[in-house]
Design a protein around this ligand. Structure first.
Ligand code: ATP
Length: 240
């Protein structure tokens, strides 16, 4: 990266009505990097992603590629290249795999481009290609998470926001999923911000990491620095 930050967040405050959750979050993510957000339950990780994608209106600065996004509605933020894969995935269970993927491209009129992007997504997730006509609700948890990420990729995002992709998945499935996220990042240069309880795995694929506690960033550094931090090790990596 150029050190200036592709995603720039400065003094971001956000919450739910009178409930204030983020108290001045600042961070930068270089273009093409994977950034991990770690922290305990209730720290505000999900809230941070919601504020970044426009679901929540925050106060402060959010810029992507120099363009201010703060205060813009979700569809405008999506048009600037931000795709959000929420916790719990948000796939449409009765619809087929392919119908779900096409929903990710609903705003596009170029049929050839959409077809090419479907093939691109199937290239990353071959298992989805085997299940194109299957209802999303019949997929395994890991396949549903793949579908949710695949749907996000259909909008050709420049920034992918992933909320707890490992939630409820077996360790082996999670490892496979993180491997695919890394290859998407490398092959498409998609910048990724991933919120994760599984700090080990997140730090394996991330360049940078930030620890969020009570709505504030308490520690930032390279993945190696964060992994080496004694308190992080005790709190999130299970060392004693
Ligand atoms: P978890 O891993 O448990 O999801 P988190 O770090 O993602 O934790 P958030 O989900 O962002 O944390 O929640 C931060 C705080 O915001 C919590 O105190 C939570 O109760 C509160 N909160 C979350 N969603 C809402 C909501 N819709 N309305 C009011 N308060 C909320």
């Amino acid at each position: 990266g150029d050190g200036q930050g592709f995603l720039v967040v400065e003094d971001l405050h956000a919450g739910y009505g009178a409930v204030r959750v983020l108290h001045g979050v600042s961070l930068r993510v270089d273009e093409g990097d994977i950034c991990a957000i770690l922290g305990p339950n209730g720290a505000g990780k999900t809230t941070l992603l919601r504020a970044l994608c426009g679901m929540l209106r925050g106060q402060g600065t959010v810029r992507l590629g120099g363009v201010p996004l703060t205060g813009r509605p979700p569809d405008a933020v999506a048009r600037r290249g931000v795709a959000h894969v929420p916790e719990g995935r948000g796939t449409f269970m009765p619809l087929t795999v392919e119908e779900n993927l096409r929903l990710g491209a609903y705003a596009r009129r170029d049929r050839a481009g959409v077809q090419a992007d479907l093939e691109r997504v199937y290239g990353h997730f071959p298992v989805l290609k085997e299940r194109v006509k299957q209802a999303a609700g019949s997929l395994s948890g890991g396949e549903q998470q793949m579908l949710a990420i695949g749907r996000a990729l259909m909008s050709r995002p420049r920034l992918l926001l992933l909320d707890e992709p490992s939630l409820g998945l077996a360790p082996m499935v999670t490892r496979e999923l993180f491997g695919i996220v890394r290859s998407i990042n490398q092959e498409e240069r998609t910048t990724v911000v991933v919120v994760e309880q599984n700090a080990h795995l997140a730090l394996d694929i991330a360049a940078q990491a930030h620890v969020l506690e009570s709505g504030r960033i308490v520690l930032s550094g390279s993945a190696a620095e964060i992994r080496a931090d004694e308190q992080v090790a005790q709190a999130y990596l299970g060392y004693r």
